[in-house]
Design a binder for this molecule. Structure first.
Ligand code: UD1
Length: 372
């Protein structure tokens, strides 16, 4: 029997990472069986289903229905649900692949490793060195119990070596999110959203930015200043929507002229990103995507676990320093912003390297099918 890999995904940023890996499995290693497990951490159409549809991800083989909750509740539900699935599924997987840094990542990794199933971490080694971020705890803990660490950017390798991880467990594969981006670029370019350009695109959902009313108010004041300079489009994440409504800030933003939208699908978001003069964000993935596209990005965080986007890309960290933010926007509007340089392995082929590494890890002989 051929080895079986279980691929776990649960939240929005996971879906664009697993999509190209699934395509690469089909193209490169049809001899490797794989199953998709959706934890249900994200469940609404706009945070989950639309990504399955647009990115061509096949329906999951299992859905754990974990849903929202506190970190403890959510992580525990996924841990319990995934362990139960592993114990009762038809063919116990030979490896479990988890992606990124969300609660689904650590919960699934923990369930698998306790059952003695090797864990492969896609996007390993990233560190913000800020343990106040739940994602940083998830990264550290997942890497500590993973058997194969697939790294997306140079800092990841350095961090893992610094932590004493043996070389034999580390593989530099590059960035699978860029595979997804490259694959859907033409489709996004041809999508007409009927909106005027140029604009600033805003995405915000980090608890550190949106959960404290004073911080959220100061960000909204900044957006009010920004809208005097250019059109501002703000697709609002559900967490942020609740916080804006609680503080009455949604009305304030609308009155100031900020265009508030519901969360967007992958293609629609990419379309708006491609047309943006500047992107303001606290998302990790968007720092990477704007860098690859060479679109100016200002990150409302004091740190990033993706430093290549600052050293090689278009990203600048502004934290909550909005004077600097407006100065940067003026520089961008004057056409004075850094251009991106290539980052190793951000070449649209990372998912093929992922599958090759997996096959090697599972000790499967070369397959005659080659990537097209
Ligand atoms: C989670 C991840 C974060 C990731 C983000 C992308 C963790 C610790 N956090 O944060 O790293 O960047 O996803 O979106 O894993 N909700 C919906 N529909 C859904 C899911 C959630 O409306 O499908 C609402 C619920 O009210 C929920 C809130 O959004 O309470 C927050 O969702 P949650 O999964 O707890 O965290 P995110 O902020 O989305």
């Amino acid at each position: 029997m051929n080895p079986v890999v279980a691929i776990v995904a649960g939240a929005r940023p996971n879906f664009m990472k697993i999509a190209p890996v699934l395509h690469a499995f089909e193209q490169l290693r049809p001899d490797l069986s794989h199953m998709v497990v959706h934890t249900g951490q994200h469940y609404s159409h706009e945070l989950s289903d639309v990504f399955f549809q647009q990115l061509g991800i096949r329906p999951p083989d299992a859905h754990l229905g974990a849903g929202s909750g506190t970190h403890g509740q959510q992580t525990a539900r996924i841990l319990e649900g995934f362990e139960d699935w592993l114990l009762h599924c038809e063919h116990r997987p030979d490896a479990v692949m988890v992606a990124g840094d969300v609660n689904s990542t650590i919960a699934a990794a923990l369930a698998a490793s306790k059952l003695g199933i090797p864990v492969v971490h896609l996007e390993a080694g990233l560190r913000s060195f800020d343990r106040r971020m739940p994602e940083e705890i998830n990264r550290l803990a997942t890497d500590a119990i993973s058997d194969l660490l697939l790294v997306s950017e140079p800092s990841g390798e350095a961090n893992l070596r610094h932590e004493g991880v043996p070389e034999s467990r580390i593989r530099y594969v590059g960035n699978v999110m860029i595979d997804t981006l490259a694959r859907h670029l033409d489709e996004a370019r041809s999508r007409d959203l009927g909106r005027s350009i140029p604009h600033a695109l805003v995405t915000l959902h980090r608890p550190s930015n949106v959960d404290a009313p004073a911080t959220l108010t100061s960000i909204c004041d900044f957006l009010g200043e920004l809208v005097r300079r250019m059109k501002v489009i703000f697709p609002v994440h559900p967490r942020t929507q609740v916080r804006l409504e609680e503080s009455g800030l949604d009305g304030k933003l609308s009155r100031a002229g900020v265009v508030l939208l519901p969360p967007l699908g992958y293609i629609e978001n990419l379309r708006l990103m491609l047309e943006a003069t500047v992107v303001l964000t606290d998302s990790g993935g968007i720092q990477e995507e704007t860098s690859w596209l060479s679109i100016p990005c200002l990150t409302l965080r004091d740190n990033t676990e993706r430093p290549a986007t600052v050293s090689h890309g278009t990203n600048q960290l502004i934290g909550l320093d909005f004077e600097t933010g407006l100065r940067c926007v003026d520089q961008i509007l004057a056409g004075m912003w850094k251009k991106s340089r290539p980052i190793p392995g951000w070449d649209g082929k990372a998912s093929f390297r992922v599958v090759e590494e997996l096959a090697r890890f599972l000790n499967v002989r070369e397959c005659s099918v080659t990537a097209v």
